[in-house]
Design a protein around this ligand. Structure first.
Ligand code: 6PG
Length: 291
């Protein structure tokens, strides 16, 4: 009787998983493709959703309910709404609308926490203070607990110390994790800067710190600003622009070459969040592709 033939043990090659098709036969199967369940993280890009409103009044009237909706969704999902405000003149119109009914009563102010995306390094009472503008036009008119408001600087100490203190406040609030703002309200300067991150400054490439404080040569002023890692971690980044004065720079930024050191707003590439440009028609007048 012929000796019982030992069944060939199937040698698993590194490259191929082998499975017998017929008794003893071996079918080489192609190496499995990428795991469909591992969502490939898309490379963050500068690609704002453009929202155009016919007039400045409608820009603010129609954006206020959106802010309220983001706030309510944040509170429903996480029990709080973390908002960062910017300076400049554009937000004034939105602040006024946020104090109007029905938005004022529908926004969950008691669960709202307010930070700033940037600030001038001046006393809180200074006319240049972003905090003072927000306090006068919005925060003093809504039922937000004082303890929920986190001014960026009061102008004391050095601007670098102010930045590091604010970073400490963020670490305390966010439990040492990367701060994730539910809504980050921003603007664009006529030179394409955003927050207090100006063309050509080294702070554009800051990735170690969440907050920087430095002397802005262009303005001859000390400024404090969140850095792009934090700005880009936001769930919703809402950039408000209004008026013909923005039109030429907006065309450069949207239709010109990608040159973020020259146009820092092009560094806004949310990791997972949404980037929205909310504008009036005058600001978009020079765009070749009407949004
Ligand atoms: C600031 C800013 C700044 C502002 C733009 C737009 O404190 O100055 O936060 O980034 O958003 O300069 O300013 P306007 O709204 O006045 O156009």
């Amino acid at each position: 009787m012929s000796p019982i033939k030992k069944k060939p043990t199937l040698k698993r090659t590194k490259k191929f998983k082998v499975t017998p098709t017929r008794k003893g036969a071996v079918r080489k199967v192609p190496k499995p493709g990428p795991n469909p369940f591992l969502k490939r993280r898309k490379e963050p890009v500068f690609d704002p959703e453009l929202r155009v409103h016919p007039t400045p009044a409608l820009l603010f009237e129609e954006t206020a309910p959106f802010v309220m909706q983001v706030a309510r969704e944040a509170v429903d999902a996480r029990g709080r709404f973390v908002l960062a405000l910017s300076g400049g003149s554009t937000p004034k119109g939105l602040f006024q609308q946020l104090c109007e009914e029905p938005v004022k009563s529908l926004l969950p102010w008691d669960r709202t926490f307010v930070f700033w995306g940037d600030e001038r390094h001046v006393p809180l009472t200074d006319e240049k203070s972003n905090y003072r503008m927000a306090q006068e036009l919005l925060l003093s008119k809504v039922p937000i607990p004082k303890a929920n408001i986190f001014p960026m600087t009061d102008g004391s100490r050095s601007v670098e110390q102010a930045a590091s203190l604010y970073e400490g406040k963020l670490k305390k609030f966010f439990g040492m994790q990367m701060p994730i703002l539910d809504l980050n309200l921003m603007g664009m300067g006529d030179d394409g800067h955003t927050a207090s991150l100006f063309p050509g400054v080294v702070q554009l490439n800051e990735v170690k710190h969440w907050v920087v404080g430095y002397f802005v040569d262009e303005e001859k002023k000390d400024r404090v600003s969140l850095t792009f890692p934090v700005l880009n971690a936001s769930r919703v980044t809402l950039v408000l622009m209004e008026g013909a004065k923005k039109a030429s720079r907006l065309k450069d930024v949207l239709e010109g070459p990608k040159d973020p050191p020259r146009y820092p707003i092009q560094y806004l590439k949310p990791t997972d969040g949404k980037l929205i440009f909310a504008m009036d028609a005058a600001a978009t007048a020079l765009l070749s592709r009407k949004p």
